[in-house]
Ligand binder design. Sequence first.
Ligand code: SAH
Ligand code: SF4
Ligand code: F3S
Length: 476
Amino acid sequence: MSTMITDQTAEAAVDRSRTETGRRKLFVKSYGCQMNAYDATRMADVLAPEGYDETGDIAEADLVILNTCHIRERASEKVFSELGKIREIKLDRAAAGRETTIAVAGCVAQAEGKEILRRQKAVDLVIGPQSYHRLPEMLRLSKLGPVVETDFPVEDKFDHLASPAREKVVSRGVSAFLTIQEGCDKFCTFCVVPYTRGAETSRPVSKILDEATHLVEAGVREITLLGQNVNAFHGVDEGGAICGLAGLVARLSHIPGLLRIRYTTSHPNDMADDLIEAHRTQPALMPFLHLPVQSGSDRVLQAMNRKHGTRDYIDLIARIRAERPDIALSSDFIVGFPGETEAEFQATLDLITQVGFASTFFFKYSVRPGTPGAELDDQVPEDVKSERLARLQKLTDAQRHAYNASAVGKVMPVLFEKKGRHPGQIAGKTPYLQAVQVDGPAHLIGTEALVEITGTSTNSLFGSLAEPISSTEGAP
Ligand code: SAH
Ligand code: SF4
Ligand code: F3S
């Protein structure tokens, strides 16, 4: 930890942000991946016993946490424009006699540390993702002067993070995230994650089962297991043996009331045989797989240090489809990696055509300081990247539309998660992670029901209720 004050002085700190009721307001804004979204909930959980209630209105917040993402330059720079706006709010509140604490968390906090304080003096606390369990202590310290906490502590934060109250879980909905693995040892040459999240670590199986059980008892019906390389999971079980992701899924599937299990994000090299098989043998494991390949060119894949070729990926997909023919596939792509030629980009389009993805995410290559990719000559000009991105988007849009259109006329189980866009509608997801809007009663939220898909729009399917198939009680 690099603080500018000592622990002793912190105890003497007078906290002037408490209201007469003793409760304070917390506003958390999260950017980036689902792990950040999960972390945001855990930060709120650790602060609840400290007297913080969440608010959606930043102007009334006594504590604002920006939970940041460093993955691409634009995401990273956005933090500073956002901080400029929050500083204005802090000044307005100060004029009205109210104190505001500004904390920067997440991957920009980890990567930039003190630099954040230099660029924005209104910031009180910079805290990296491995230290969220120390938030209360760091907040107290920050009353005496700016604090930067970006060490990778020896203790495991998950052992110290408070569980959410039952009402909290319920208010967050029937589908929940659960981080089981953090960090990355893969060192793809474009990526900051191994630097911002550190080395790969897996949580113990019993801790994950406890957390999952707590979520399901409070009304959660779907859990998405999270990790930067989630399929590299190798947690220690109660007997001291190492358990892989397939074993964990099998254990989780015994939790009564847990209808659906998903996991993300996976690396192609960590798709173990038993995990592939689990897509056939485990009914709760949903037939959807996000398996980023990044490029369809072997030279580019090698330069990215992905450690597999296009043939390996295509063979892997064939093996997965052999076990689970209806599986929906999704991937990330980077266009304009240094040195990417037109022919190499074309190879990416060819791979996409060959595999057929239900959904895709694609990004222009963004130079990240400190990564090996930043040292490469031959950066691709922005206009070339933009033009390639547009072609990729056209192809993948067409694939997505075709995929969604192929659902029309089918009957499939939909897990209802919330009210729909219009009164009288409810919204949920198919097993293939497609959003569906249905005319139906709100009490079905939290249950699975059979739906006949009747139509599609750009981002959603439409359907009508067939018979309910689950007797599981709805989320309270
Ligand atoms: N662990 C995940 C990815 C995490 S980052 C995996 O290995 O698949 C999410 C996505 O952001 C990556 O899959 C990649 O497509 C994209 N990405 C990462 N670094 C990037 C960069 N420097 N420029 C552009 N896109 C990037
Ligand atoms: Fe980044 Fe590669 Fe690790 Fe994914 S596998 S987090 S892309 S370094
Ligand atoms: Fe971004 Fe960090 Fe996630 S860089 S994508 S928030 S791991």
